[in-house]
Design a protein around this ligand. Structure first.
Ligand code: SF4
Length: 249
């Protein structure tokens, strides 16, 4: 049995300049790596993975951020001050910081000071988000992009929870988002087209589902022709191909 979303006790007022974030892991400084997906695939990147999610996708590959029936939240997450995260990121020359999860926008109020500090340090930021929570204005600034990944029924989630029209439209209107759909088969492509049409989502990116090189390769070959025919973008999962989906890469 999976555990549903538990509200995060943020307890911090707006304007707090050094709040703490609930972090699952951070990586890319000690052992360098790449952004593995989306428009920046292949770019050197640092990763801050925030803990907690508001969905419970059966195909989720980061259940250690939310599934407390399988994982121990006390072992899988720590509260880290924004200043510590900034010092960690500043210790690397890498210019791209990926803030992911879980669902990072659950903590967006306390993420805003992190974003400000990273931008002041000259970093660029990409959020990996499931697109269910509209971004606050503080995050809609130059240097910040959103890879929005609405989850389909085929990913093992109730679309009544994973498709939030108001949030999707807010991302689309921001001009700072791409929409990156995970596809398990060509059957998903019509659903992606329907969602893109209904909510004016563009540009559309498709990524093959899979946590092994064999699965990613097989789905790439199954999907590529029809994704190209729709004039959409395609991304692989470089971290799966290069590092066998190891944690911290
Ligand atoms: S939205 Fe992402 S992190 Fe959350 S359960 Fe689904 S796949 Fe996992």
């Amino acid at each position: 049995m999976t555990t549903a979303f538990t509200p995060v006790p943020l307890g911090l007022a707006r304007g707090d300049t050094n709040p703490r974030l609930i972090v699952a892991e951070r990586f890319g400084v000690e052992v360098p790596t790449f952004q593995g997906e989306g428009p920046s695939c292949g770019c050197p990147a640092l990763f801050i993975r925030l803990s907690r999610c508001n969905l419970t996708c059966a195909q989720c590959d980061t259940k250690y951020t939310w599934d407390w029936a399988q994982f121990d939240s006390r072992k899988e997450s720590t509260k880290q001050p924004v200043t510590d995260l900034l010092a960690w990121a500043a210790s690397s020359p890498v210019g791209l910081v990926v803030i992911t999860g879980g669902e990072p926008l659950i903590q967006q109020r306390n993420v805003a000071p992190l974003v400000r500090g990273l931008l002041e340090a000259g970093k660029q930021i990409e959020f990996e988000t499931n697109g269910t929570i509209a971004p606050e204005r503080a995050l809609l600034v130059d240097g910040v992009r959103f890879n929005v990944s609405p989850k389909l029924k085929s990913f093992g989630v109730d679309e009544g929870k994973s498709i939030v029209p108001a949030a999707l439209q807010a991302f689309a209107a921001s001009g700072r988002a791409v929409f990156k759909f995970v596809a398990s088969s060509v059957c998903d492509l019509d659903r992606i087209a329907a969602l893109a049409d209904a909510h004016q989502l563009a540009p559309v990116w498709v990524m093959p589902e899979g946590t092994t090189a064999e699965a990613v390769t097989a789905r790439t070959r199954a999907l590529a022709d029809q994704v190209a025919a729709r004039h959409w973008h395609f991304t692989t999962r470089l971290h799966v191909l290069a590092f066998a989906d190891a944690r911290g890469r």
